[in-house]
Design a protein. Sequence first.
Length: 142
Amino acid sequence: RSVQLMTYNSDTWSATAEYYITLVIPKEAGAPLARLTVQQIRGVDWQFPYLVDRTRAFLGLPRQEGESVPVQASFENSTRRFTLDFPSPIAPGSTLTVVLKPWHNPSQADVYQFEVVAYPGGVSPEESQVGIVNLRIYDPIY
């Protein structure tokens, strides 16, 4: 798969969670990556908020961070969509990880799904759905 989502903390209400979305940009992509959108399309909780100003990106994998990548993030709560713009587009052949920081995990256990769409740099870019990723949130066991 060319896109994956993971977290190291999947308990409901956790305030320490971060969501890592990793995208492998194929060498044969033909154009650098200029924008991603990440939109929640499934899940019981549609109101958990994000700390948008703590969004970050880097080349590499979670816990194997490489070079930091500038990213401009916005979040539209009514559509549950992040827009992630890369002022310096990401070259084909790169592995990019974007880190989204919720205020806290969703309040209810469920499988949350997000659609990831990529936009190349250049004039009149055409969007390309990269995939659907799952975030499993569990009730903590005490």
